[in-house]
Design a protein around this ligand. Structure first.
Ligand code: DC
Length: 491
């Protein structure tokens, strides 16, 4: 590998990217994504997938069939019937639509002009996103697009948001078009790119947006080499930090704080008794100072997820009313619970939780704020974003399944699982705060957390398909959840 690895990490060299890494590169048209994504694929020996090419191929097919590009239904018909193939090697891509090579035709200015409209239809996106997830789920890919980090692969190993000034992007596209033999003036290009930016960022479904955990890189004044190096380095940050955590962990023995040992041992035994399966944690502790964000379907969730924790002091944000129940209330205070009022913004609870996180403790929260229907996570409330902005604390998501307790826990009707996600670090937060107010940023964090839960749920269903029991119970719970929401949050 070349010389872009910082000295301190040099010993990690090739091992630094996991073999199943997913690198997500998002950004506006002309920001240099394709060039850099191809270069990264080569550098790290990964497969390159250009998702824009998929929307382009559909647009070309629609234009050739003289289909009205505002007609979602017809476009969905086209997308679901056609056989779209990306023959992707290490660094190059060929696109086939129903067996025909359309790699060159999809770059024509007529396609440029219509593709954003085609890509704005939610049903079209659902089909394309599914396709992209199938292509990338085995890992070992660099995927470029607009919504890869935020929607397609919210759990990507590394995310880069590459952007550049409109001027710089027009310049690059102009040269590219000249090489391809397309005649289009700078003025027309400027207008075209500005319109596309607007359409791509303002559409309702998965717009072009900075994911709060993406590295934001402005390439306006970078040479190609600098841009590639900056992106490569960004891709290495998370895996390198994770490796450091591993070595740190290996050096010290995991110890559960003394006062938690009795409840931990008890609930650990309970969860093992019911056959709780723990995925991806590899028996390790969550790093210190992290928010542990867990989906919520049952009152069993806190003790069951707690039984998988190790090592650090952990506070739990829990509804105030629980602390008033005799015995349970004292127990919650004993295990460092923090009571929170849910109807209004509870400043004191957030201040205490933030302080504790900054001291290096963990904080368990259920960011949906109340129990949700199984199989239907979310919405995630603004509290998570407030905590993240106050502390910059990384987040470890956990997706629980099978804890609902209607039927014997851990029975075949619903497997009992706690699925650990990776450490999510907020590399894109400062860039987002420069552009948006704190409320919008909190929303973005909440949206990412929900996308993460959904992705983890999807992966769990892939391993063990959703059972009929889970489907039925989830459908029945949906109604109750709506009623509970009104009581809990007053709307
Ligand atoms: O990256 P590109 O210029 O080839 O993308 C073409 C269009 O497709 C772009 O205007 C937006 C859309 N697109 C999208 O909406 N989502 C993606 N993941 C990729 C592209």
């Amino acid at each position: 590998m070349s010389n872009f690895i910082p000295k301190a990490w040099a010993h990690l060299q090739d091992d630094i990217l996991p073999r199943d890494a997913v690198i997500a590169i998002d950004g506006p048209a002309g920001s240099g994504k394709s060039t850099t994504a191809k270069a990264l694929a080569k550098r790290f020996d990964l497969l390159y997938i250009d998702t824009g090419a998929m929307y382009r191929a559909l647009t070309l097919a629609a234009l050739q069939a003289s289909v009205d590009c505002t007609n979602e239904e017809v476009l969905v018909g086209l997308a679901s019937k056609a056989h779209l193939e990306l023959k992707t090697g290490r660094g190059e891509i060929a696109v086939f639509w129903d067996g025909k090579d359309v790699s060159a035709a999809i770059r024509a200015p007529e396609v440029d002009a219509m593709v954003s409209l085609v890509a704005s239809h939610p049903e079209v996106r659902t089909i394309m996103v599914r396709h992209q997830q199938i292509l990338g789920r085995r890992g070992g890919v660099v995927m470029e697009g607009r919504d890869i980090g935020s929607v397609v692969f919210p759990l990507a190993t590394s995310k880069v948001f590459l952007h550049a000034s409109l001027e710089a992007r027009v310049d690059r596209r102009f040269k590219q078009n000249q090489q391809r033999g397309h005649e289009i003036s700078r003025d027309d290009l400027t207008e075209d790119l500005a319109i596309r930016d607007k359409k791509d960022s303002e559409r309702a479904t998965s717009p072009l947006a900075i994911s709060p955990d993406a590295h934001v890189i402005d390439s306006s004044h970078m040479s190609l080499e600098q841009q590639n190096d900056a992106c490569a380095l960004a891709c290495l940050v998370n895996p390198a930090l994770d490796l450091e955590l591993d070595t740190d962990y290996a050096k010290s023995r995991p110890t559960i704080p003394f006062k938690y040992r009795l409840p931990f041992t008890f609930f650990h035994a309970v969860s093992r008794f019911f056959g709780m399966k723990e995925y991806n944690s590899a028996g390790k502790a969550v790093p210190s100072g992290c928010i542990v964000a867990c989906n919520h379907v049952s009152l069993w969730d806190p003790p069951l997820v707690g039984s998988t924790f190790r090592r650090y002091k952990i506070n739990t944000l829990a509804k105030e009313s629980l602390f008033k129940i005799p015995v349970l209330g004292s127990f919650l205070f004993y295990i460092d619970g923090i009571p929170i009022k849910r109807k209004s913004f509870d400043k004191d609870a957030f201040a205490e939780a933030s302080k504790s996180l900054l001291e290096g403790n963990n904080l368990l929260i259920f960011p949906e704020g109340t129990r949700r229907a199984i199989g239907h996570p979310g919405p995630v409330r603004n509290g998570l974003g407030i905590l993240v902005q106050a502390t910059r604390a990384p987040m470890v998501p956990i997706f629980l399944r099978g804890t609902h307790g209607r039927k014997p826990l851990g029975s075949d009707l619903s497997p009992l699982e706690s699925n650990y996600g990776p450490v999510i670090r907020w590399h894109g937060l400062e860039a987002l705060l420069e552009e948006f107010d704190r409320k919008v940023v909190s929303r973005r964090i909440a949206d990412l957390c929900l996308a993460v839960f959904e992705e983890m749920q999807d992966r769990s269903y892939q391993r063990t398909p959703q059972t009929d029991f889970e489907k039925d119970l989830g459908a029945r719970q949906l109604k109750k959840v709506a009623a509970r929401e009104k009581i809990v949050f007053g709307r």
